[in-house]
Design a protein around this ligand. Structure first.
Ligand code: NAI
Length: 334
């Protein structure tokens, strides 16, 4: 099939080319993000491969359909950026990579928790400048602390498994209970009880209308004062402005982010020579107790290999059988 790949970085090309050996799809790589302006680059492609911050709204889908695109293959798990109803109406099938390495994101989550707690980001800079003072670097034992996991799907389960190894007490909120978590001794509680009891809250639910700004002024008022908040899921699950107020008031003790509400204009690009125009993001960068990574939770060799293999397997199945292996159906937004 002819596949137009958007938001391509050299590493995407490397893994997709390797996965295409023996499959012979015709891949065209575009560095540009998919938007209404760049959609015509797809030309006569049968399928489009998109990533987390590509715009796959009704306008873009209409442009792609006009050009003959029949499949949007997302090379990520989340599909919150796709207008599934519009895709269905236009006869475009949507596929995603539901699981590629929950370990990658779970391990990155734990890296953020450990680094924030023991102030590794600050210690690294201090030691390089010959400052070996410990003031301001005081952390706490993770052992016996209470961690609240919001969403115990594939990633949340692995986070629970790792943190149980640290001897944490684990609480969870999820409409569906995970047998793996129950076996680990995770206690399912409602969201308010999780917030009020947890020293650390980590988010692993998808972004849906129900979870949009799930952490906002109201929920923060019910949280344990000084708790650590970690979000490696999707930026808009957190109301960033409310969390900034929480950081200023001390209700949020520390914040670890791998995702950000408005990351589409920032992440995955080298903007080191540009003026930062996002004042909310700029404010986040001023806090010593905030640690941000640029959506790199998924970025391990194993995950990249699996993403490329699964994406092209979906494209192959769609070409052969008219259905990808991992279709996202419109019912999923209900
Ligand atoms: P999953 O679908 O296996 O698990 C999500 C869980 O969240 C499910 O158990 C579901 O029942 C639960 N959930 C849904 N609504 C909820 C709510 N209102 N409250 C509590 N729980 C709720 O998904 P997986 O693979 O664990 O991924 C989780 C999220 O991680 C994805 O949706 C994606 O946004 C994000 N992600 C981030 C990556 C990164 O690089 N930072 C990479 C991959 C995924």
């Amino acid at each position: 099939m002819r596949l137009a790949v958007f938001s391509t970085k050299p590493y995407d090309r490397h893994f997709l080319d390797a996965a295409n050996v023996g499959q012979n799809h015709r891949l065209s790589y575009f560095e540009a993000k998919l938007t209404a302006q760049t959609a015509p680059l797809a030309g006569d492609a049968d399928a489009v491969c998109a990533f987390v911050n590509d715009v796959v709204d009704a306008d873009v889908l209409a442009l792609l359909a006009r050009g003959g695109v029949k499949l949007v293959a997302l090379r990520c798990a989340g599909f919150n950026n796709v207008d599934l109803a519009a895709a269905q109406a236009l006869g475009i099938t949507v596929a995603r990579v539901p699981a590629y390495s929950p370990h990658a994101v779970a391990e990155h989550t734990v890296a953020l928790i450990l680094a924030l707690n023991r102030k590794i980001h600050r210690a690294y800079n201090r030691v390089r400048e010959g400052n070996f003072a410990l003031d301001g670097l005081l952390g706490f034992d993770l052992h016996a602390k209470t961690v609240g996991i919001v969403g115990t799907g594939r990633i949340g389960e692995v986070v629970a498994r790792i943190l149980s190894g640290f001897g944490c007490r684990l609480l969870a909120s999820d409409p569906y209970r995970s047998p793996v978590c129950e076996e680990l001794g995770v206690e399912y509680v409602d969201r308010d009880d999780l917030l009020s009891a947890s020293d650390i809250v980590t988010l692993h639910c998808p972004l849906t209308p129900d979870t949009h700004h799930l952490i906002g002024a109201g929920t923060l008022a019910r949280a344990k004062p000084g708790f650590m908040l970690v979000n490696t899921s999707r930026g808009a699950i957190i109301d960033t402005r409310a969390v900034i107020e929480g950081l200023k008031a001390g209700t949020v003790g520390s914040l670890g982010l791998d995702v950000y509400e408005e990351e589409g204009d920032l992440f995955f690009q080298d903007l080191s020579g540009a003026v930062l125009r996002d004042d909310v993001f700029a404010r986040l960068l001023t806090f010593p107790n905030v640690l941000i990574t640029g959506h790199q939770g998924f970025f391990t060799r194993e995950a990249m290999h699996n993403i490329a293999e699964t994406t092209l397997a979906d494209v192959g199945a769609f070409e052969r059988d008219g259905r990808p292996l991992h279709e996202v159906s419109v019912e999923r937004i209900a």
